[in-house]
Design a binder for this molecule. Sequence first.
Ligand code: GLN
Length: 322
Amino acid sequence: MEKVIKLSQIKKAAQEAYDETKSLTGGKNANYIPYLANIDSNLFGLSVTLLDGTCINLGDTEYKFGIESVSKVPTAILAMIQHTPKGVLEKIGADATGLPFNSIFALLLENDHPSTPLVNAGAISACSMVAPQGDSKDKWTAIVNNITELCGSAPQLIDELYMSETATNFNNHAIAWLLKNYNRIYDDVDMSLDLYTRQCSLGITSSQLAIMGATIANKGLNPVTKLQIFDEEIAPKITSMIASVGFYQHTGDWLFTSGIPAKTGVGGGVMGVMPGLFGIAAFAPPLDDAGNSVKAQAAIKAFMNKLELGIFKGDTVKIIND
Ligand code: GLN
């Protein structure tokens, strides 16, 4: 079916989705990272970026929260830019785990394979793949520059969050050393884990994440800066990874009910990619049992359902200005 949506309808759907989900309660801040436990749980923002560069921002969309696991997406893209999608598939994989993000069991079950760069094991592995090998400073610059290009503006390290995570990431140490044991770490172990921890501690806004989502939805061309950030062929690859594991053990339920591939982080952010149409992001700290923001999920779902959109619907959708 050919479906035409007006810009005013999109703005209205975003406003209604925001208003209806604003007072939702439920969930609680991540408490295994001390810094995150203390963030104001009433913060809430919803951002949509269309492929013509139009940005819709409602609520706390300029608040810099911890990007956390949403950072796995840009670094997977960077690994694909530097090593091709095939290289990442061979070295890490592109499978769903169906298990929590920090699962050691997943690593053992998958026969030594990290599965996907969008869970902790694969993300640490992806950080180890980032060039130039052996140079922590230049690797970090490459990771940050890539995020900056995808968002069109720079993220900012939250030092307190970085220290908080570094002091408590024992589980991730275990994952990193298991990866080393299985030859799935392609640089120094401690350096790779540190880069992963640092990228998770970057402060980002929902407006920046919506632009990143839109850049992916737009085949690598940032719709705000108009710069081509990555090769077209990477867009369907990263979107398939997001679709298959973006919500960890709740990914199927999420896709079934929302119709949009999206990636979450325990900082409360969710970034969605609607190929050919828009990027969307929401942020609210309280999380469900899988570490996914309760309110951000509700807001994005409400937006999708109001516009009757979904990647599996098979509609050709056109957005027009009115
Ligand atoms: N830094 C967090 C961790 O490694 C990220 C987890 C997440 O956002 N799901 O535990």
